[in-house]
Design a protein around this ligand. Structure first.
Ligand code: PXP
Length: 237
């Protein structure tokens, strides 16, 4: 039984944007991640473009080496961009301008009317549609009614260590199997907490971002410090 890793490169863009230049480049990071075994690349084009920019998304979407999962709000603007760029998959997420990150799952049950048309348009274009949901049976059943093929379970509460959350994820994954939907999961996953989620047999894909980018700094820092020091010393002859 296999499980895929989708690497979210949004926070490579966060670091790049802190200086307004071109380094580090999320597209180059995406190619490195794929070269290292990532099964796909996930990016969230937010309405305020706080990290990933349209040009980043366009470059990633046009690379034949990259299987792109585009996270997005179900707005006309985002659906239009997805229909133009044709990512392999779209994960519909709730989006509030003031939030630091995607704080909760989509309200698929309450927002069914608003979600129906975006889901249908994306699916008609051959894009695999996923909904980012809390592991709540009411929401999972709504996803099935809406015609989503995939649900990504929000692992944020589990990652915060709340009691009973792992069991909710397990039950949610089993419910999705019963509904005939593919189960993905993500948010807040780290080396320390990923194993119990990766062990849930129905979970076919994990999407992980912030930890991977942060840990890359820690793992990469010794090498880049050594190289910078070597360049400086070489300049002194
Ligand atoms: N999956 C979805 C739907 C998300 O919105 C996010 C955050 O952008 C992630 C996965 C990745 O979360 P994290 O950056 O905490 O690993």
């Amino acid at each position: 039984m296999t499980i895929r890793l989708g690497v979210n490169v949004d926070h490579v863009a966060t670091i790049r944007n802190a200086r307004g230049g071109a380094h580090p480049d999320p597209f180059a990071a995406a190619l490195v991640a794929v070269g290292a075994g990532a099964d796909g690349i996930t990016v969230h084009l937010r309405e305020d473009r706080r990290h990933i920019k349209d040009t980043d998304l366009e470059r990633i979407a046009s690379s034949p080496e990259i299987r792109l999962n585009m996270e997005m709000a179900a707005t006309d603007e985002m659906v239009g961009i997805a229909l133009r760029l044709r990512p392999a998959a779209c994960c519909l997420v709730p989006e509030r301008r003031a939030e630091v990150t995607t704080e909760g799952g989509l309200d698929a049950a309450g927002q069914a009317n608003a979600l129906e048309t975006p889901i249908r348009s994306l699916r008609q274009a051959g894009i695999r549609v996923s909904l980012f949901l809390d592991p709540d049976p009411v929401q999972l059943e709504a996803a099935a009614r809406l015609g989503a093929e995939v649900v990504e379970l929000h692992t944020g509460s589990y990652a915060e260590g709340r009691d009973g959350e792992l069991e909710r994820l397990r039950t949610g994954a089993a419910t999705l199997r019963g509904l005939g939907l593919e189960c993905h999961a993500g948010h807040g996953l780290t080396y320390a907490n990923v194993s119990p989620v990766a062990a849930i047999p129905e979970v076919m894909e994990l999407n992980i971002g912030h930890f991977l980018v942060g840990q890359s700094v820690m793992d990469g820092l010794p090498g880049v410090v050594k190289r910078m020091k070597a360049i400086m010393l070489a300049a002194r002859g």
